[in-house]
Design a protein around this ligand. Structure first.
Ligand code: FES
Ligand code: FE2
Length: 371
């Protein structure tokens, strides 16, 4: 298992960005402990606001985990009160802002330091995302959201929870520039392929046949895969159906990742999705998962690629790895990386994406200010 330092990514062990930490539907007023980005959190849904709350896990009083307890009477009676949570050990209560707002047995003042960190979270498209920034800054871009989520023609995804893999996210991000794996791994006949790096976005435009996702001799599979920051990949795909693949890989500890996969699918008619469309969407997601599993199996058993032996036609791996460094270094240094990589890169021997596809990207991608 290799760590961020081994890849020479930068100052930080964990990157800046939005990270999926849970499926929305699984967050209730029963607090749960979750472990991501090298640390423990307490995650729950407030009873008053219905909002998801993510706090640092350890109580400042004596270090008890706020959410990994089931036997204390605090836990048995329900540790969440309104939007606050009580510690299972001596019942100090913390608000959604992380500040202690009640100590049941003490008449003295609550010490100002009696607080835990409350993390910025958003719920979007059935997922809970946290903004993580080693420098403690405000979000640099919005958490991803697809307009199609609110359109009745599209069948919502249910997440494939693929669990933890002992693979550094760098190995997974490499996939966005991997032009030469499509044939061997996925059985695609790539007709065109290009990458573009722009601010926090890394884009791959690809067109070709695909043995898993389109029938032989069927329509061409055209995909536009976009990394929205270091950890969330959303791919627009036109094949058998119009769809969006969602892949999130959140660092667990340094060198491991937790992976979710999902597929948003448009109805065959383009009108409101019917029961038959929902069933077809589930089946199509399974097919997409089978294609993703082909990548996953390689990652699971490979050794880390610290220095690849890259050859002509491999794709813009070095550019991509430089692009990825922006998230592991202070925000003030971002431009140093971006100026080396921004623009469109076509591997030697491949065709670039057609102009109409680039125009469509332009219209649909979030604007990135390169100030
Ligand atoms: S350790 Fe949390 S209240 Fe005492
Ligand atoms: Fe792949």
């Amino acid at each position: 298992m290799a760590c961020s330092k081994d890849y020479n990514l930068g100052e930080f062990t964990f990157p800046r960005g939005w990270f999926m930490v849970a499926e929305s539907a699984k967050v209730t007023d029963q607090p749960q402990g979750v472990h991501f980005l090298g640390q423990e959190f307490a995650l729950y849904r407030g009873k008053d606001s219905g909002k998801v709350i993510l706090l640092d896990a350890y109580c400042p009083h004596m270090g008890t985990h706020l959410a990994r307890n089931s036997t204390s009477y605090v836990a048995q009676d329900g540790a969440v009160e309104g939007d606050s949570i009580r510690c299972p050990y001596h019942a100090w209560r913390f608000g959604p802002d992380g500040k202690c707002n009640h100590i049941p047995y003490s008449t003295g003042p609550i010490p100002p330091a009696a607080k835990v960190r409350s993390w910025p979270v958003v719920e979007s498209m059935g997922a809970v995302f946290v903004w993580h920034d080693p420098e403690g800054g405000e979000p640099e871009w919005d958490a991803p959201f697809l307009q199609e989520w609110n359109d009745a023609a599209w069948t919502h995804w249910t997440f494939d929870d693929l669990g933890k893999i002992d693979t550094h996210p760098q190995e997974i991000v490499d996939n966005i520039t991997d032009a030469a794996h499509f044939g061997p791994v996925h059985g695609s006949r790539t007709k065109f392929f290009e990458n573009e790096f722009r601010g926090h976005l890394a884009i791959q435009r690809m067109g070709g046949g695909h043995r898993t996702l389109v029938a032989q001799g069927g329509p061409m599979l055209v995909t536009e895969a976009v990394y929205h920051g270091p950890s969330i990949l959303i791919t627009r795909m036109s094949g058998l159906y119009d769809s969006y693949i969602f892949i999130a890989h959140t660092p667990v500890d340094d060198g491991s990742s937790y992976v979710w996969h999902a597929l948003l699918v448009k109805s065959a008619s383009g009108g409101a999705a019917t029961a038959a469309d929902h069933a077809a969407a589930r089946q199509y997601q399974d097919m997409a998962l089978a294609a993703f599993a082909q990548d996953f199996e390689v990652w699971k058993h490979k050794r880390p690629c610290i220095q690849g032996m890259f050859v002509q036609g491999d794709g813009a791996f070095r550019k991509q790895r430089t692009w990825y460094k922006q998230f592991y270094n202070p925000r003030a240094q971002k431009q140093e990386f971006l100026k080396q990589v921004e623009g469109i890169h076509v591997p030697r021997g491949m065709e670039p994406a057609p102009d109409e596809m680039r125009a469509q990207s332009e219209a649909s991608l979030p604007m990135v200010a390169n100030a």
